[in-house]
Design a protein. Structure first.
Length: 92
């Protein structure tokens, strides 16, 4: 098979395109990462909002126990801190 200049250019172009193509799944990973981050912030805000209302305090006492949502808030804050330590967020 004779390798013409045109065929060689085509091969080089294809190789360069493959090398510059984004990593498969990277966009989805980035989207998921930031969605999780947003959700963690939302959960924290919702727990705080529930704790600020008498109906929320009553719900907590009936469904869980008094002070349980404050404990949950602490757990989610801890998760959020661990999530913030991820190096992934710095490179996405």
């Amino acid at each position: 098979m004779k390798l013409t200049e045109q065929k060689l250019r085509k091969i080089i172009r294809e190789e360069l395109n493959e090398a510059s193509a984004p990593v498969r799944g990277l966009n989805e990973l980035e989207t998921s990462y930031y969605n999780i981050s947003d959700e963690m912030g939302d959960i924290e805000r919702y727990i705080k909002a529930i704790l600020m209302t008498p109906a929320g305090e009553q719900w907590e006492a009936e469904k869980m126990e008094k002070g349980a949502l404050a404990k949950e808030l602490g757990i989610f804050r801890g998760i959020k801190k661990l999530f913030a330590k991820s190096k992934l967020g710095k490179v996405l």
